[in-house]
Design a protein around this ligand. Structure first.
Ligand code: IPE
Ligand code: IPE
Ligand code: MG
Length: 258
C-alpha cells in the first residue's frame, strides 16, 4: 500500500505501528500495581517517537487504548485516561518544537470532554508542522474504523455524490480514517502475544509483522532499531514472485502495493 512494489531489503518503513503491550505484566513482575506499568510505559513512548524521527520514519502510529480496553476495571481505565492527559500536556511543547504532527484516531465521543478538547487543540496546534506524523489510537478499534469509513461512503452515496459502482478499493482507501497516510509497513507488538487485537485492519493489509516478548516498559531504542533491521531484511513480494523482484526494472503496481 505504501510503496510501489518489490522487496524491502535495506529499506526503511515509511509507516511503523506499535501495539504497546505488557505494562501489567511488567508491573506484576516487580510486585507493583498494574498502573505502575502504565506509568513506566510513557518513557518508551518518548524514546520511540524520538528514534522514529531520527531514523526518518514518516508516520508512527501507537495503540494506546482499544475499544475493548473499556472492559477493564473502572479504576484502571480512569488511571490510563489521566496518564494520557498528563503525558500530552507535558510533552506537547517539545513535540511541537520538533515539528511533530499529532493525530488522534478512535471513538473520541467516548473520552472525557476535557480530553477531547486537548486532543483537538493539539491537532490544531501541530497541523502545519512538517516532521514525523504521530498518530495515537485511543478508544480505537479496527472494526469501528472500517464501519466509520463504510458509513461516510454510504452517506455520500445517499446524497448522490457518489455512485455505488464507484465504491471500490481506491474509494475506500480515500475515505479511511488515515486517508492520505501510507499503509503500515511494519507492525511491532511487544509483550509476546501474536495477535492484532482489533488494531488497524485495512491499513495492516500488507504490513510486516514483528512480535517481541519484550514488555512495553522495557522496550528500548535498541529494540526499535532491531525491528527496523528485521524489516530491512524481509522480502516483500506483494503477491509477485522472487524472479519478478529480481528482474524488477519495470515496476508493476499491484492492487495491494498501490
Ligand atoms: C498495554 O499493557 C496497555 C494497554 C492495553 C492500555 P497491558 O495493560 O495490556 O499489559 P498486560 O498485557 O496486562 O501485561
Ligand atoms: C492491545 O492490548 C491494546 C493496546 C495495547 C492498547 P491488550 O492487552 O488489550 O490486548 P489483548 O486483550 O491481550 O488482546
Ligand atoms: Mg495486554
Amino acid at each position: 500500500m505504501s510503496r510501489g512494489c518489490g522487496a524491502s531489503e535495506g529499506a526503511l518503513p515509511a509507516h511503523v505501528a506499535i501495539i504497546m503491550d505488557g505494562n501489567g505484566r511488567w508491573a506484576r513482575a516487580r510486585g507493583l500495581p498494574r498502573h505502575a506499568g502504565h506509568s513506566a510505559g510513557v518513557r518508551p513512548v518518548r524514546q520511540c517517537v524520538e528514534q522514529a524521527a531520527r531514523r526518518g520514519v514518516k508516520v508512527l502510529t501507537l495503540f494506546a487504548f482499544s475499544s475493548e480496553n473499556w472492559r477493564r476495571p473502572r479504576e484502571e481505565v480512569s488511571r490510563l485516561m489521566s496518564l494520557f492527559l498528563e503525558a500530552l500536556d507535558r510533552e506537547l511543547d517539545e513535540l511541537h518544537a520538533n515539528g511533530v504532527v499529532l493525530r488522534f484516531i478512535g471513538e473520541r465521543e467516548r473520552l472525557a470532554p476535557a480530553l477531547q478538547q486537548r486532543l483537538a487543540a493539539a491537532e490544531m496546534r501541530t497541523r502545519a508542522n512538517t516532521g514525523l506524523v504521530l498518530v495515537v489510537a485511543a478508544a480505537y478499534g479496527g472494526q469501528w474504523d472500517m464501519v466509520q469509513t463504510a458509513r461516510t461512503i454510504a452517506e455520500r452515496v445517499a446524497r448522490g455524490e457518489l455512485s455505488p459502482a464507484a465504491v471500490d478499493q481506491v474509494c475506500f482507501e480515500h475515505h479511511r480514517t488515515l486517508a492520505g497516510l501510507p499503509g503500515v509497513d511494519l507492525l511491532i507488538r511487544t509483550g509476546g502475544e501474536q495477535r492484532i487485537s482489533n488494531f488497524l485492519l485495512w491499513d495492516l493489509a500488507y504490513a510486516e509483522l514483528y512480535f517481541t516478548p519484550r514488555l512495553w516498559p522495557a522496550f528500548s531504542t535498541e529494540d526499535f532499531d532491531a525491528a527496523l533491521a528485521e524489516f530491512a531484511a524481509r522480502r516483500r513480494r506483494f503477491g509477485r514472485t522472487d524472479e519478478q523482484l529480481q528482474a524488477d526494472a519495470l515496476p508493476v503496481a499491484t492492487e495491494a502495493s498501490r
